[in-house]
Design a protein around this ligand. Sequence first.
Ligand SMILES: [Zn+2]
Length: 448
Amino acid sequence: MKTFLKVLILILLLAICGAAVFIFFIKLESEAPNITVEGLPELAGRKLTFTVRVSDERSGLRGLKVYLLQGKKRVLLKEEAYPVSFLKGSTVHAKALSLTVSPVEKGLSEGPAALLIEATDASWRNHLQGNLATQRFAFTLDLTPPRVTLVSRIIYIARGGSALVLYRVGEEVSRTGVFLNEHFFRGYPLKEGAYAALVALPVFETQVKRFTVFAEDKAGNRLEIPVSYYLQRRRYPRVKMRLSDRFLSVKMPEFLSRYPEAQKGGLLETFIWVNEILRRRNNQTIAKLTSKPSQTSFTLTGALKALPRSAKRADFGEHRSYYYRGRKVSEAWHLGLDLASVARSPVPAAASGKVIFADYLGIYGNTVILDHGLGLYTLYAHLAGIEVQVGQEVSAGETIGHTDTTGLAGGDHLHFSVLVQGVFVTPIEWFDPRWVKVRILGPLEAYR
Ligand SMILES: [Zn+2]
């Protein structure tokens, strides 16, 4: 009997010790929750997006509060309470909250501000209220859009034409350029806060619906101001092209061997696929390549140089209708100038620049594209072979290839295109020394 009592007391003592250990080391732990904030910018604008992460490994989370602070102002953005059981504590050990708020709608004004995060855990400390963690994250509220002023007075623009827009921006910006209709033309920084954007109106766009300078600062504040412009009338020829069986039987095998999907039953059907589907695909490749930021500074010192001793075979901007045995079968825009000299003539670079493409490209055959800076590119098509490499710097007049008939070309000639930030433009303006001086180099001079 005595032994039984001893064992009972021992068990009781062990239980009391166990409970003490449980209470002191587990339920009364003093580790406060851990708080971090992700994505909070140093400069915030009208919209503030961030993620709050809180965690508590030991007893779990009891509650979380997120406040916006400014001066004496304290605005509760979010409050959460998690279920806590007396013995088990909280089952929520980690929580991520993504919030998007408008600081202005919450009554904050421009200037220094902060986020305050408070989190409590399920510990029994502090009269069962848990350990409290508080963290403050400072940021500055910037609600002023960037100051933008135009340097250019009036911009002359025509269908298929190019123009230079010069402007100044009063602060550091994250994105700036010019909108001409739906097209965005990147602005390139010059000296003293000045920017230059080369812009172009595609030959198939007859109206100007939006022509603005755009700037967005690091806090996301935006400004868009209108550009004064004069839309010059410019007409482009409509041309009838007659397709002969000879042309189809000479040219289509090249495409059939390279593109199995060009097999459409007959040579005429292959031609229609090449002229429409492949042309669109090739033009998209060119637009993508020439829409990227220029990898070189502006290299132009005068007008572009054309293929020497050549005759013009076709104009830029021609709208071509293709006829086969008297029936209209297809149409296309011709987005370059066709220049013919003697067969296999050396092709000089129209200006110095960097090779960004040198490969076979469908209807264009063997093609080279040069980057001249500021988003200005020249393209040379139907070349005999590929004689330059991507990344290579070439100087004005340097031979970059030889004329031939690769791609959709009936006879030996150079198809020459000029592109402004992804848009095909007439090379005629860029061949004209007066136009280049008055419209591009003259205005740029003071800022280079
Ligand atoms: Zn051509």
